[in-house]
Structure formats: structure tokens, C-alpha cells
Design a protein around this ligand. Structure first.
Ligand SMILES: C[S@@+](CC[C@H](N)C(=O)[O-])C[C@H]1O[C@@H](n2cnc3c(N)ncnc32)[C@H](O)[C@@H]1O
Length: 227
């Protein structure tokens, strides 16, 4: 006997859509508050040191609520902030409007489909974003395409733990975490992926993110350059 599913697949899609929208709304609304302690304990200082190296025409991928904005040097030529999530983009626009800068623009592009020609940027910034992109390799390929020769990728990312028991937990909780935290993956080996993309890592610092849970605390930050 054929049994009727209690929810048809088209109904399921209709349910998924509002859940995704609600999730994105809640993440955008709570992001700055949820990160406040970690920002004060380490991230602000790391962002400031990292972004002091930005120069020329800058693209930031996954700019979120705009926490990096105060850290850009005043002499960068321009900053394009790309953020695919509409709720994040709303907060981003508010913060960008408060900056005393003219050359800031906001775009909706995802990291793997930036609508700009090859070699458009001197600096690309990615902070806590390469964990969330659907395909790490395609995003790095796009970064490589967009950088001018000698251009810099400034990155700050959390990565797979080097502590085996923590890795086991990262693998176990990743599906749940990823659902709650906007597709954030816990098990990415981002520095190997950056090297494999053809960029050369010029400087990398590894450090635990103070105040973050163990499964998300191992971070790398530094510069990778296009030769
Ligand atoms: C953890 S937040 C980091 C926000 C900000 N960069 C920071 O340093 O606080 C991850 C950001 O990546 C964005 N994101 C998700 N998927 C993306 C994609 N495919 N391309 C670019 N950004 C993406 C999210 O919307 C979110 O704003």
C-alpha cells in the first residue's frame, strides 16, 4: 500500500525557505553581541594588525556586519564590501554610512562569484568567512583570479583542530553547528587549501581564539600573496 508522506517535497521546500530566512535574520541580529567578548579579548587586536597591511583597491568577502571597517588604513584607495546575506548587509550599510570615507561600496556577491574582471584588487580580506563558503577551493580560485600580481590575501580563519579528541568532536557536531551558525564548517584545513590554490603564504600566525569554545578556537591569520 502506498502511504502519503505527511509533507510533500514542495511543502518541505516552502518550510525550509522561511527557516533559512529566520536563521539568517537571527544570526545577523545577534552576531555583534555574540562575538563581543571574543572581539574584546583578541579579535579586535588581530583585525587591527592584519588590516593595517591592506593597501590600494580592497575587496572584503563576507563582510558581515562590518566589524572590520574601523580597522582599514585611511590611505587605501577604495573598499568593496561584499556580503551575500541581506540581513547582514543591512547592518553593514548602517556601519558603512557612519564611516568618514567616500570610497566604500557594498555588493551582494558570494565569494565564488565576484562580478569584477581579473586582477581588479590589490588586497582581498577574508575574516571568519572561508569556514562558511560552500566550496573553499572555488572561493580561493576566485580570490586568485581577482588579485593583481603581487596582491595580498589577508586572512583570519578558524580551522580544524590539531588535538585528536577535539577533532572527533568537531566532526560529530559539525552538521548541527553548521545549521545553527550559517553553514560554518569546523573541519576545514584552510592553510593547506590556500597553498594548494597557488597563493604563497608569506606569513601565518596560529593562536587560540580566547573565549571561544574549543571546537572553534584554533585560528590562523596572515598574508598569502599572488606571485
Ligand atoms: C562568521 S561571519 C564573519 C563576518 C565578518 N567577516 C567577521 O569577520 O566578523 C561569516 C560571514 O560569511 C558570509 N558568507 C556566507 N556564505 C558566503 C559566501 N558564499 N560568500 C561570501 N560570504 C559568505 C556570511 O553571510 C557572514 O556574513
Amino acid at each position: 500500500m502506498e502511504t502519503q508522506p505527511c509533507t510533500s517535497s514542495s511543502n518541505r521546500n516552502l518550510i525550509k525557505m522561511p527557516i533559512k530566512r529566520l536563521r539568517s535574520y537571527l544570526i545577523a541580529k545577534s552576531y555583534d553581541y555574540a562575538m563581543r567578548s571574543t572581539e574584546q579579548r583578541c579579535l579586535q587586536e588581530w583585525r587591527n594588525a592584519l588590516l593595517s597591511k591592506a593597501y590600494g583597491e580592497v575587496l572584503e568577502i563576507g563582510a558581515g556586519t562590518g566589524v572590520n571597517l574601523p580597522h582599514y588604513p585611511h590611505d587605501v584607495t577604495s573598499v568593496v564590501l561584499s556580503e551575500p546575506d541581506p540581513h547582514m548587509r543591512k547592518s553593514l550599510r548602517c556601519k558603512a554610512d557612519k564611516q568618514q570615507r567616500e570610497a566604500i561600496s557594498i555588493a551582494h556577491w558570494g565569494a565564488d562569484s565576484i562580478e569584477r574582471p581579473d586582477a581588479s584588487f590589490d588586497t582581498i580580506v577574508s575574516t571568519l568567512v572561508l569556514c562558511s563558503v560552500p566550496c573553499l577551493e572555488s572561493s580561493l580560485k576566485e580570490i586568485n583570479r581577482l588579485l593583481r600580481p603581487g596582491g595580498a590575501l589577508l586572512f583570519l580563519e578558524h580551522i580544524l583542530s590539531d588535538h585528536p579528541p577535539t577533532r572527533v568532536w568537531q566532526n560529530r557536531i559539525e552538521p548541527f553547528w553548521s545549521f545553527c551558525a550559517g553553514n560554518c564548517r569546523l573541519t576545514r584545513d584552510t592553510s593547506s587549501a590556500i597553498s594548494a590554490s597557488g597563493l604563497s603564504i608569506e606569513q601565518v600566525i596560529e593562536a587560540p581564539m580566547i573565549g571561544a569554545p574549543a571546537f572553534v578556537s584554533r585560528t590562523i591569520r596572515g598574508i598569502a600573496r599572488k606571485s
